[in-house]
Design a binder for this molecule. Sequence first.
Ligand SMILES: NC(=O)c1ccc[n+]([C@@H]2O[C@H](COP(=O)([O-])OP(=O)(O)OC[C@H]3O[C@@H](n4cnc5c(N)ncnc54)[C@H](OP(=O)(O)O)[C@@H]3O)[C@@H](O)[C@H]2O)c1
Length: 308
Amino acid sequence: MTEQTKSRAMAFDEPGGPESLRLIERDVPQPAAGQVRIRVRAAGVQPYDAAVVDGWAPPGANTRRPVIPGNEFAGLVDALGAGVTGVAVGDEVLGFGQLGCYAEHLVIPSDQITPKPAAMPWEVAGGFTAGAQTAHIALEMLEIGPDEVLLVHGAAGGVGQIAVQLGRLAGARVLGGARPEHHERLRALGVETFDYTEGFVDRLRALAPNGVDAVLDAVGGDILDATVGLAHDRSRVITLVEHGRAAELGIGVTENRRSAERLSALAALQAAGDIDFRVRETFPLEEAPAALKALRAGGGGKVVLTID
Ligand SMILES: NC(=O)c1ccc[n+]([C@@H]2O[C@H](COP(=O)([O-])OP(=O)(O)OC[C@H]3O[C@@H](n4cnc5c(N)ncnc54)[C@H](OP(=O)(O)O)[C@@H]3O)[C@@H](O)[C@H]2O)c1
């Protein structure tokens, strides 16, 4: 069999929203020392990627054009850089990066991957890594414990759907804001749901007359503003969205604590059935613009690109 020399990716030269992405063909990238090359099978589609195609440059990322978005993936290890140990060509893995995952091939530091449990479907593995880690880091920072009341805004989204389940696993009462169409699924996960449209604060007060112990906000804006007063202690409110206003509001943001070890533990929970993860829709790589538009349209669960 001849070795593949060319590799497909979705990329942009000038940011201009989802439609600025086009299919490119480039040389198959070679892993440097300490890196592995992945033959990507699935890549999650994130609000982070939507910001990148709109022109946001992630701090510290290499944004040499053409830019390939995507910061989470699952695939097969297909080449090892010098000095890499503990992983072999052919291993099935999931992992995280900053950019570059909307691609057939990706090179990535070997400490940003972990084995994919056999029970985890590709599309779940590809869409799991960023949101799961973000949810886990947030709950760790919130120090959520048994019998506490945790409020999650955006409970049906990529981060929220994991956060509510981690909250329940920690023994907390979890109140989750989501569109009514998601309530049945969330209730089955042990979440006390509320509709986040006008008047939601009264509905929340009815659920938690004594306020809440901790808040994870994955929505921002008026929803966050109307909520901070419900928390007993603002140091136990974290927003994933309003980074610019967090200090003024006296609340926190998540720290970058992503690691292969954290991801491995979360993947094991998912594979064991302790975390249910809903993939809403999959798109082939070439349809990344449609996938980003589907993400923006909302609807709960995860949007994932698949690459056969
Ligand atoms: N994914 C990550 O690892 C990560 C890391 C850091 C920061 N963030 C940020 O966190 C936010 C959420 O990320 P995500 O990946 O979870 O996005 P997502 O999958 O698009 O989920 C966002 C969810 O918010 C819901 N929503 C929209 N307006 C709402 C409202 N007013 N009240 C309650 N829910 C509402 C939507 O639900 P409906 O469909 O029901 O409207 C949607 O399910 C984004 O701003 C993202 O940039 C994400």
